[in-house]
Ligand binder design. Structure first.
Ligand SMILES: Cc1cc2nc3c(=O)[nH]c(=O)nc-3n(C[C@H](O)[C@H](O)[C@H](O)COP(=O)(O)OP(=O)(O)OC[C@H]3O[C@@H](n4cnc5c(N)ncnc54)[C@H](O)[C@@H]3O)c2cc1C
Length: 385
């Protein structure tokens, strides 16, 4: 079968691309491995930035729909010490420029804005080969194939399309997240609800950390971060959530109980999420008829930009293709020349701190982060790296 613009992956990046192409009258087909739109919980709050993600939403013509899914008040944030003391807090005064939405809601408004049948669910790309003249053939896990003049790898960290362009593969960063969910927290976990507050709660230390977000319906979604080798996690049975939670919580010995409750009282989890990255500045030589966007192109450890950048990639690529009808190579070159430099750097620790506190980070927080542990450091909650 021949398809028009062929996008592998219906994540946020691939869907924004399909939508911008649709707005410009360019047909596209999106092939997604998941069997249905609701097969997997999309989980997670995303703050969408006015300098990248929001621009993509605008290009997709979905600003009004986006406003309808913003969770008001969620731009509030607070930093806690490991003893539960609030070191810094800021209410959501509406001036943040980073509206918070649930990833699942964002994906839904994008899906709803595409013509029926654009996304082919249950289509897991398996292998891909060049046919010459910029044409490619993708073979799916069920043995079916498509041939296309323009192939876009929007299939995330473990892209099946990337090998056409680059030999790079993701490497473990040394850090993993354990994801937990506590539901209906005001009624069922009031101490946790009070600790997390109205928006985001960060409790960092030098080698561990807990980040929690208040989602809709009183759910608190937490990422517990641990800097440990992969084989350390391999020794934990995550199929036994209670035992896994107890094991993870031991690493937070000495932390305030209202913080460790985010692990031990979880209704779901801990679910391990090892963090991987492609080499920073990953790029490739222009190859006819194929390109990448989002994590497939520039996977980094979560820094609050990945989904925003994936959407901006999709919008930019869609606009470039619309601007150069009949000249795919010029469009791809234009897209890549803009995308490579903006993804070649990640915000430094200082820049991330400045995005929260300006020039005046709270001293208590610096003390928490600055007391780097050593192998002989036996203070509670301070596991050496
Ligand atoms: C724990 C965690 C927290 C994060 N928090 C944030 C945050 O707060 N803000 C932010 O901006 N970013 C965040 N990110 C980063 C963000 O999730 C990614 O950068 C973003 O999802 C990339 O979008 P994408 O469309 O490129 O890829 P993805 O979202 O990964 O979508 C890829 C799609 O391709 C499909 N797929 C994969 N393989 C195949 C195949 N072989 N065939 C067909 N389909 C396939 C997948 O099922 C998926 O639907 C976080 C990441 C992690 C791991």
């Amino acid at each position: 079968m021949n398809t028009p613009v062929t996008i592998i992956g219906a994540g946020l990046g691939g869907l924004v691309l399909a939508r911008v192409l649709h707005l410009n009258g360019i047909p596209a087909a999106v092939y997604e491995a998941e069997p249905t739109p609701t097969a997997r919980s999309q989980g997670g709050m995303l703050d969408i930035h006015d300098y990248n993600g929001l621009l993509a939403i605008e290009a997709a013509g979905l600003t009004a729909e986006f406003r309808g899914i913003v969770l008001e008040g969620r731009q509030a944030f607070r930093f806690l010490g490991t003893d539960g003391t609030v070191l810094f807090e800021k209410d959501d005064d509406g001036s943040g420029g980073r509206p918070e939405v649930q990833r699942g809601d964002l994906r839904r408004i994008l899906l709803d804005a595409l013509p029926d049948g654009t996304v082919r669910w249950g289509a897991k790309a398996d292998t891909v080969r060049g046919l010459g003249d910029g044409r490619h053939e993708v073979t799916f896990a069920d043995g079916s194939t498509v041939r296309t003049d323009l192939l876009v790898g929007a299939d995330g960290a473990w892209s099946r399309i990337r090998p056409l362009l680059s030999a790079a593969t993701p490497e473990y960063t040394g850090e993993s997240y354990m994801e937990t969910f506590l539901h209906d927290t005001p009624a069922r976990h009031p101490a946790v609800a009070a600790t997390v507050g109205a928006g985001a709660m960060y409790a960092p230390s030098a080698t561990e950390g807990i980040v929690a977000h208040r989602e809709s319906g009183g759910t608190v979604h937490t990422y517990v971060s641990l800097v440990r080798p992969l084989d350390w996690f391999a020794g934990i049975d995550f199929d036994d959530p209670a035992a896994a939670a107890a094991r993870i919580a031991r690493e937070f010995d000495g932390w305030a109980p209202e913080l460790t409750a985010l692990i031990t009282e979880a209704d779901r989890g801990p679910i391990p999420r090892p963090l991987h990255t492609l080499p920073l500045g990953h790029r490739w030589d222009r190859a006819p008829g194929v390109t990448l966007l989002g994590d497939a192109a520039h996977l980094v450890a979560p820094n609050g930009e990945g989904a925003n950048l994936a959407m901006l990639d999709g919008a930019d690529l869609g606009r470039a293709l619309a601007a150069h009808p009949g000249d795919v190579e010029t469009a791809l070159a234009e897209y890549e020349q803009a995308m490579f430099p903006r993804t070649a750097e990640v915000p430094s620790g200082e820049e991330l701190m400045a995005s929260f506190f300006g020039d005046n980070p709270p001293e208590g927080l610096l003390a928490e982060l600055g007391a780097l542990p050593t192998a002989s450091d036996d203070r509670p909650g301070r596991t050496p790296r």
